[in-house]
Design a protein around this ligand. Structure first.
Ligand code: NAD
Length: 491
């Protein structure tokens, strides 16, 4: 069976909008070709979702949950195959891809548990013989747009809460990494998801993404991706007054204080910068180190960065795979060049290796920059690659002030064992997610939400689920008379 087909109305369908090659970042070679949706097929997918939604919402939540548990089990049973697809289309090391796929299964089992937990409220009425209640109801049809950095887990992050809420969904993966989502489409069918409940369409953002997010018949847009795309989607959504939930970029500060466990901080800073080749919205993007431990930290950090094993991401010995694409590789190279022009000093100068692990891949070794100032572009703009500016700070106050000097506000890290500093950071760090003495990833039960340009709304946990539900207030009068004065009735 060709798993690279879209999923519309319960059918696996080829796209009518042309075809696209999918590149393997390890080799730079085409390894698959897929068909992409036409705009008419986006309409078909939204219509299928609309038609399926009332029946799906009418099922008992436990029946919906049973299907979600089957999806979770099927993802786990096929984990190795899916992990290898993730590696081939996206380039992260296989161990990380296995973690991603475990997360993809986890979203379904976690949200299935909400079958008995989506609750309402009963309110006292102003009148006798009347009950007022607020119940949570599905929003209807969800449009979901996801990026390339977690092509399997982000499918689940959008689809699972949508399903338990009683919604139907049309999802568009990133055009460069569509295969994980399409493969999952097969698992959704095998799990017995009714026709139209999950639809997957492929295609470019500016055409198919835009056709989906501007569609007049969607009730919620949930998107993960870059800030410029998030802004465009919000503007498009304004035309139809459709609510949006946006998970956008990050510029996480990683604060290392002089009293912390330095080895833990170094290992964490390395993991948090270089996982997925630095292509994670919660990555350590600015390392801020107290002057008393700066030299010690930097020496160990550079040594650990140098020791990372660049290699074929299908090998279990690899720490750092290729960048996702030539475009992203060149973007990060430009960022480093500009930083050095602005005065940053490369303590470790990475870049394209002279002898790449595999010919043709988008390889990039780590770069560590010092001598940076908070106003420099490298300290303000998202890098999304294996490059990190490290800045010396004189005090905790300075660290907090530099940390907050950002138009992003997603994740922040603090390494200290001083409880007073921990509590100050919790109060004063103006970010949606604060990690203390640990790295990510975020947990299913947390709330992944960014402030300022990092987004609107959020994903995961009970608060993430809220976006997929709306509230309905019911005034139920059973007194036999009206609780309010009525207009005269002329017979
Ligand atoms: P991107 O914005 O280029 O693309 C994201 C998705 O939007 C893709 O599916 C794309 O096709 C689609 N798209 C593009 N233009 C569109 C339009 N006009 N209308 C509708 N859809 C459109 O982002 P990317 O490069 O794939 O992802 C990297 C970005 O994602 C980084 O900034 C990263 O920080 C962010 N990210 C955020 C989180 C989070 O949870 N906050 C998680 C992962 C990635």
């Amino acid at each position: 069976m060709n798993t690279n087909l879209m999923l519309i109305g319960g059918e696996r369908i080829a796209g009518n909008g042309g075809s696209r090659d999918v590149f393997n970042p390890t080799t730079g070679q085409v390894f698959a070709s897929i068909s992409e949706a036409s705009k008419a097929q986006v309409d078909d997918a939204v219509s299928a979702a609309r038609a399926a939604q009332p029946h799906w919402a009418a099922m008992a939540p436990l029946e919906r949950a049973a299907i979600m548990h089957r999806i979770s089990a099927l993802i786990s049973e096929n984990a190795e195959e899916l992990a290898r697809i993730v590696v081939q289309e996206q380039g992260k090391p296989i161990n990380e891809a296995r973690g991603e796929v475990a997360g993809a299964a986890g979203f379904f089992s976690y949200y299935a548990e909400f079958a008995r937990r989506i609750q309402g409220e009963i309110l006292p009425s102003d009148a006798r013989g009347e009950q007022i209640w607020i119940q949570r109801v599905p929003v209807g049809v969800v449009a979901a747009i996801i990026p390339w950095n977690y092509p399997a887990a982000l499918v689940s992050r959008k689809v699972a809460p949508s399903m338990i809420a009683g919604n139907t969904i049309v999802l568009k993966p990133h055009e460069e990494t569509p295969l994980s989502a399409l493969y999952m489409g097969k698992l959704f069918m095998d799990a017995g998801v009714p026709a139209g409940v999950i639809n997957i369409v492929t295609g470019a953002g500016a055409e198919i993404g835009e056709a989906l997010t501007s569609h007049a018949d969607v009730d919620l847009i949930t998107m993960t991706g870059s800030v410029p795309t998030g802004k465009r989607i919000m503007a498009t959504a304004a035309n139809n007054l459709v609510p949006v939930s946006l998970e956008l970029g990050g510029k996480a500060p990683f604060i290392v204080m002089d009293d912390c466990d330095i080895d833990l901080a170094v290992r964490s800073a390395v993991t948090s910068r270089y996982m997925n080749c630095g292509q994670v919205c919660i990555c350590n993007e600015r390392t801020l180190v107290h002057e008393r431990v700066y030299d010690q930290f930097v020496e160990k950090f550079v040594a650990a960065s140098r020791a990372l094993r660049l290699g074929d991401p299908l090998s279990e010995q690899t720490d750092l795979g290729p960048k996702v694409s030539q475009r992203e590789l060149e973007k990060v190279e430009r960022i480093v060049e500009a930083a050095i022009k602005e005065g940053a000093e490369p303590l470790l100068q990475g870049g394209r290796p002279e002898t790449p692990p595999v010919k043709g891949g988008y390889w990039m070794t780590p770069t560590v920059l010092t001598g940076v100032k908070p106003s420099m572009a490298i300290m303000q703009d998202e890098i999304f690659g294996p490059v990190v500016p490290v800045m010396r700070v004189e005090s905790f106050d300075e660290a907090l002030s530099v940390a907050n000097d950002s138009r992003y506000g997603l994740s922040a890290y603090l390494f200290t064992n001083d409880f007073a500093k921990i509590m100050r950071a919790v109060n004063d760090i103006n970010f949606g997610e604060v990690y203390i003495n640990r790295v990510g990833p975020e947990s299913l039960q947390g709330f992944h939400n960014g402030y300022r340009n990092s987004g609107l709304g959020g994903d995961d946990g009970i608060h993430g689920l809220e976006a997929f539900l709306r509230k309905k207030t019911v005034y139920a009068n059973y007194s036999g008379t009206s609780p309010v004065a009525l207009m005269p009735y002329a017979e």
